[in-house]
Ligand binder design. Structure first.
Ligand SMILES: Cc1cc2nc3c(=O)[nH]c(=O)nc-3n(C[C@H](O)[C@H](O)[C@H](O)COP(=O)(O)O)c2cc1C
Length: 402
């Protein structure tokens, strides 16, 4: 079988060297990658590197191998074009349809999904011209990944950093996995809030009540939503997973902190998906010093108090009309009956019910679930990667959006 053809466009930003890692991931996962750098990109990483790593020519101009008409053919044959890093200049050219080198020609001839991963100084990113170019590209169906916040070219930090190449690769993988016939950016223009991980409720400065949630399902929801064009806020509790490219990650520790962060982000959200394992209870008392073991004495019992029920609260009091609220129910027995009762109790639109246990779901790469709808619908999701379940959740959310 022919390998899927991917074009990796590289424009002239300092992060061009990170595209070598993205190229490696794409080739090692079985893609035929044609790197199309701009002339500026070659100031940062030379043609020999792109050509040797990809096994393909890596010219910048339309005047090379003219008999093969590369300015048309490369775009036509691609199943995905990803531009990483995308400079402010490249976003402007793409938004205005300029075609003065091989990459800009390729962008005009591509009929496949196109992903841009911009990277630049914060001022360039926030400039109204850049923002309007990004909005234009998104409106036309391109996936433009929000840059990360962090160290920039010099000593300065801010928004504009290229996300981790491994995470850009994940977005590409998700876009390719959606395949032909499915809309790429069906969540474009939408803001979705996702909670992930497990809250920790401190007993004293060194101990907490926690749970086994790894955050993988919530992170998979964030990645798939980015790959479908959404603006994503990920409220993550105690997860060590890398930040998904393009998601705005808000880190929290406890259920009370999670409530605050989710309510703040949900104010303008089209959908809220509560995938986090939020502790139902927390210790009534927090000991300022470490609780000591006292010779010959039994420990004091730990009194618990209820935590806020975030899912019920946002379901009952929607921040905007038509906001879609999705909950997750982790059950150990009577899975479906308990799920139906929980859906009715919480008042959310969809409830993803899965069975959990020491070796099931928590921390695993795979999941199996039934998605119950408040309208009586029931969607069985067979055993598979957490990203497949995530895509099914978005398939069910998308038509419910106002
Ligand atoms: C050291 C250096 C670093 C640069 N880094 C960036 C960058 O990260 N993002 C960006 O948009 N432009 C950056 N530029 C400016 C671009 O290289 C310049 O706009 C160029 O015209 C882009 O051409 P291209 O879009 O055809 O690749 C940088 C320039 C220099 C000299």
């Amino acid at each position: 079988m022919d390998k899927p053809k991917v074009v990796l466009g590289v424009s002239g930003g300092i992060a061009a060297y990170k595209a070598c890692e993205l190229l490696r991931r794409l080739t090692e996962s079985g893609h035929d990658v044609r790197v199309v750098p701009t002339a500026s990109a070659l100031h940062f990483v030379g043609e020999a590197t792109w050509s040797a790593l990809s096994g393909n020519p890596a010219g910048t101009e339309v005047w090379e191998s003219v008999h093969e008409v590369p300015h048309v053919r490369i775009g036509q044959e691609a199943e995905l074009v990803v531009v990483a890093p995308a400079t402010a200049d490249m976003l402007a050219k793409a938004a205005h349809g300029l075609a003065d080198d091989l990459l800009t020609n390729t962008l005009l001839t591509a009929r496949c999904p196109v992903v841009f991963a911009p990277a630049m100084h914060t001022e360039m990113w926030e400039n109204q011209a850049t923002q309007e170019n990004v909005a234009t590209l998104r409106r036309r169906g391109a996936i433009v990944i929000e840059p990360a916040v962090g160290r920039l070219t010099g000593v300065d930090t801010g928004k504009g950093r290229l996300p981790d190449p491994g995470e850009i690769f994940e977005v590409c993988r998700r876009v390719l996995a959606r395949g032909a016939g499915q809309p790429t950016a069906d969540l474009a223009g939408r803001h979705v809030v996702i909670s992930a991980g497990g809250t920790r409720e401190p007993l004293d400065p060194v101990r907490f009540l926690g749970n086994r949630s790894s955050g993988k399902q919530g992170y998979a929801l964030a990645r798939t939503a980015v790959a479908r064009g959404a603006r994503v806020t990920l409220v993550a509790a105690n997860s060590e997973l890398p930040d998904p490219a393009g998601a705005d990650v808000v880190r929290v520790g406890t259920a009370v902190q999670m409530r605050e962060a989710v309510l703040a982000a949900a104010a303008d959200a089209d959908a809220v998906v509560m995938a986090a394992a939020v502790a139902d209870f927390r210790p009534a008392q927090y000991a300022e010093g470490k609780i000591k073991k006292r010779d010959g004495r039994e420990p004091e019992p730990v009194a618990l108090v209820r935590n806020p029920d975030i899912l019920a609260e946002i379901s009952a009091d929607r921040a905007r009309p038509g906001q879609v609220v999705v909950g997750f129910a982790a059950e150990t027995d009577e899975v479906l009956a308990n799920g139906r009762a929980k859906l009715a109790r919480k008042g959310c639109d969809l409830l993803v019910v899965n069975e959990v246990g020491e070796r099931k779901t928590f921390g695993s790469e795979e999941n199996e679930a039934v998605v119950l709808g408040a309208d009586g619908s029931e969607t069985a999701v067979p055993h598979g990667p957490k990203e497949s379940l995530a895509d099914i959740v978005w398939d069910l959310v998308a038509p419910r959006l106002f």
